[in-house]
Design a protein around this ligand. Structure first.
Ligand code: NAP
Length: 291
């Protein structure tokens, strides 16, 4: 049986659905406040708990062979992105779990000090690497599902807000593709003990993204391009009255100010390893929003 944490999130949900479609047993870790009815309806076993509670983690891991950790919480990187993953790895060891898949993020090894989430993910990666467990660490760039709200707004208004350099590159990955890769990681021997960058099939400049939206929804883009120094100024001013918020905006600052893309060679290796043809962002958006 699989345990999927973050099961009500975009990626977790896709993983649970694919497992249910393949009739593979899955336990979905969800908070009582989350929307999990659809997962239950698909056939997942729902485990109600909170990942900040070690006892919940220990209980959820009983009888589990494979764990896919997808959860994240920008409001509590120390408790959720870091500590709960450490507890999950310890519980995996205690329960002789056969394989642990961690969803990390591209760029964790670049030492971004401004982002608690990047730092937490790197520390968890290191802990997992030295745990003695079989593991696969997947480092995605941006998930296509996280662009759906922007695409939806574009569809209604034509508006696209772009903060920072429009030429910055990214390789947006279909959330359904990385879900499949996460599942297959436990079955493909060559994915064991590996850190794998995961991106879409094309390297996109950020300005390509609104052009894709334009094509899909057949409407002219109204682009508002704000320079990064405006974001920095606003963040600095907010920081004077709320230092917590200043810190929370650190991850967004890292994402806005840097490039996150996979090389053509990395994508080729990924496609070979998992026998998959990665889906383009345009195809993903059309599948979810073009009707
Ligand atoms: N989105 C991106 O572009 C991107 C890029 C690179 C890497 N990643 C990584 O990919 C993974 C999946 O991303 P996503 O966009 O699918 O995430 P998401 O939609 O934000 O989902 C986060 C999940 O974590 C759960 N969670 C948060 N705090 C919890 C707690 N205390 N106890 C139990 N569950 C808790 C949430 O539950 P609730 O439903 O209860 O809130 C939700 O199911 C994350 O690890 C993220 O860091 C994402």
């Amino acid at each position: 049986m699989f345990l999927v944490t973050g099961a009500t999130g975009d990626l977790g949900c896709s993983i649970v659905q694919q497992l249910c479609d393949q009739e593979i047993l899955v336990r979905a870790f969800a908070r009582l406040t989350s929307r999990y009815a659809q997962l239950e309806h698909r056939g997942a076993q729902i485990f109600i708990g909170d990942l900040t509670e070690k006892r919940d983690i220990e209980k959820a891991c009983q009888g589990i062979q494979y764990i896919i950790s997808t959860h994240s919480n920008p409001n509590d990187p120390l408790g959720v992105d870091y500590r709960s993953n450490i507890d999950l790895i310890d519980a995996a060891k205690a329960n002789n779990v056969q394989h642990f898949v961690l969803i990390s993020v591209l760029g964790t090894d670049r030492g971004y000090q401004d982002s608690p989430i990047f730092k937490a993910k790197r520390e968890v990666e290191k802990y997992l690497e030295s745990s003695g467990l079989n593991y696969t660490i997947l480092r995605p760039s941006a998930l296509a599902s996280s662009l759906l709200p922007l695409a939806e707004r574009f569809k209604q208004t034509g508006l696209y807000l772009l903060i920072g350099d429009a030429k910055n590159r990214t390789s947006v990955v279909s959330t359904d593709d990385i879900a499949r890769i996460a599942i297959d990681s436990v079955f493909i021997e060559a994915a064991n003990q590996k850190i794998i960058p995961v991106g879409g099939p094309e390297i996109l400049a950020r300005e390509d993204i609104y052009q894709i939206f334009s094509r899909v929804f057949n409407r002219e883009a109204i682009v508002i391009n704000l320079p990064l120094f405006l974001f920095d100024g606003l963040r600095g001013s907010l920081g004077l009255i709320n230092s917590d918020l200043y810190q929370k905006l650190g991850t967004l600052r890292v994402l806005l100010g840097n490039e996150f893309f996979c090389t053509a060679e990395e994508i080729q290796n990924l496609e070979q390893l998992f026998s998959i043809k990665m889906e383009s962002l345009e195809s993903y958006i059309r599948r979810y929003l073009s009707s």
